[in-house]
Design a protein. Sequence first.
Length: 325
Amino acid sequence: MHVDPTRPVDYAIITHGHSDHARAGHGHVLATPQTLRIMEARYGRDFAGSVQAIEYGEVVTLKGGVDVSFHPAGHVLGSAQILFEWKGFRAVVSGDYKRERDPTCAPFALVRCDLFVTEATFGLPVFRHPPAAGEIAKLVDSAELFPERAHLVGAYSLGKAQRLMAMLREARWGRPIYVHGAMVALTDLYIDEGVPLGDIRHVAPDERKNLGGEIVICPPSTLQEIWSRKFPDPVSAVASGWMRVRARARQQGAELPLVISDHAGWDDLGKTIIETGASEIWVTHGAEEALVYWCESQGLRARPLHLVGYGDEEAEEVAAPVEGT
Ligand SMILES: [Zn+2]
Ligand SMILES: [Zn+2]
């Protein structure tokens, strides 16, 4: 079997629904029910030959006697770390994860293991994410300060967008939240899965000029497009861990950069590695070398995997056109 394979394989275990991890065309897919729904929403009914849903904590025994179980990764709805157990040896493949609270998915569960395969999207000491609630407060303050301007928030359409909506509700933003058409299907899926997001409305094209004072969530790439210019005097915000880098914020035209990440920052990567108790660490997608170096400084065996085909979804969406969902 393969975890998050980038090419079609006979037996795929999928950690979560982001497009670089969950691809169409596998013979068989084992994933959480939510991840399977997300894949179907993106790729259509026939995205795999057959599928099998597995709940958090449930155990499936593979051919050869390896036990597989899924555990919450706290990254997006349905996201999981995968635990493999064989003759007492425990290996965990984290997928993408975060430790910070997120009202739209199950919280990260620490799983003790011998081998931990970690992501490293923000594996550099510069990436220390501030508490997300403070960033949301900046957005609400700005919307209240400039009631005649529309606030457009660029956010990745799976996970980040819905997390913003839920956090705006926690910050007592009671007005309708408007969304770009590219986000409607996945947002409806979250609501259908029982994530309360309040009054969410699709932006109708001829209504844009009337949305002064409102918050509109859209794919980051649309901030640079004509679509965004029809709003009254728009304030461009972008919600991403990359907003920690000023040059990145400028490049995306973010007047109001919001440092909100769905990946563990530098401190949480290190904390998690230590807490798993693993003596061997494999590092994948992101700043691999820096995290490997840090692990070695802690006396842990570590190596970079140098896998190709995984980008950071947020980074990709910045450069690429809107995903076709
Ligand atoms: Zn992801
Ligand atoms: Zn990823």
